[in-house]
Design a protein around this ligand. Structure first.
Ligand code: ZN
Length: 309
């Protein structure tokens, strides 16, 4: 694999064959070395940065699963993430108004938003945290059976929910999003949304719709948002984006040369950048304009374009 985007690269053996038997999961939970990563309202527990030279980056903070289970009150909020070598690794989904790091988890670390942590955690730890957050964001939004409306129950170590009323099984969702950089010759087109910070420009993006291929979604979005005609679509890389449940599918789109027109709904403006200008944009040296940081796949698409040809 040529590129692992931030939030991919979870190194755990997911050991999915161990999930389905509750007695096996219980045994893993009782393992003396087992670890549990607490999340609270979607935030991740990390050990704070230790000042020094060089300063140490934050790290995930694990607790014993027994303590986590006690805080969570049972198996409903527990996720078997997998094995690190022989060690079982779990995550615990905590919520409520009171910050547990100021209470029962005092001294273990602090809760931080994963978006910000993506840039400072190691790639492997960001991948572990993104997996836990992705499953728990799904759990929070899917506690009731989508088929009949009854409360569903957790199964498979947190990786499935089953409806006791109609027996339908529900699995974690991943919603695909196409994110693409339109290019023609020596220039690429970026857009900006009115809600973004002043001066920020990024790739164009949109959700796939049912009955649509990735290529078709890319062409539709470019037409809708900027009036562009797509000639060819090239896959670049993908990125789990657990805010709450997306997979970003990064594309480079060859387009026909011509006028671009922002739709004024999704995009308030579009702008062309040459390869050299794109390099300057990424380096933060372009006057009055900047792009998302390297943690974002949009940055990686710009980089791929700027470094090509
Ligand atoms: Zn049901």
């Amino acid at each position: 694999m040529s590129l692992i985007n931030v939030f991919a690269g979870n190194p755990l053996n997911r050991a999915s064959e161990l999930r389905s038997d509750p007695s096996v999961v219980a045994k893993l939970l009782a393992h003396p070395d087992a670890l549990a990563l607490p999340l609270w309202n979607g935030q991740i527990l990390v050990e704070e940065t230790v000042a020094g030279s060089p300063p140490q980056a934050p790290r995930l903070a694990y607790i014993a699963p027994g303590l986590g289970q006690e805080l969570a009150g049972g198996l409903e909020r527990l996720l078997f993430l997998g094995l690190w070598k022989e060690t079982p690794v779990f995550a615990i989904d905590l919520d409520g108004a009171a910050d547990p790091s100021q209470g029962p988890l005092n001294g273990f670390g602090v809760f931080r938003e994963l978006r910000g942590l993506g840039a400072v955690l190691s790639g492997q730890e960001a991948g572990i945290a993104a997996t836990a957050k992705g499953v728990f964001e799904w759990r929070r939004r899917h506690r009731f059976c989508a088929a009949c409306g009854q409360p569903s129950e957790v199964a498979d170590g947190g990786w499935k929910r089953v409806c006791p009323a109609c027996q339908v099984e529900h699995f974690p969702r991943t919603d695909p999003v196409v994110i693409m950089l339109p290019v023609v010759g020596d220039k690429c087109l970026v857009g900006r949304q009115a809600v973004w910070p002043t001066g920020m420009w990024s790739a164009l993006a949109g959700f796939l719709e049912p009955g649509e291929s990735i290529e078709e979604a890319c062409a539709r979005e470019l037409k809708e948002e900027a009036g562009l005609v797509t000639k060819a679509v090239r896959y670049h890389s993908s990125q789990p984006w657990p805010f709450p449940n997306s997979l970003m599918i990064g594309l480079i789109a060859e387009i026909e040369d011509g006028e671009a027109h922002p739709d004024q709904t999704e995009l308030e403006a579009v702008r062309w950048f040459t390869r050299d200008e794109a390099k300057s944009l990424m380096a933060g040296t372009f006057a009055g304009a900047f792009c998302p940081p390297p943690v974002a796949i949009a940055h990686q698409l710009l980089k791929a374009f700027a470094q090509s040809a």
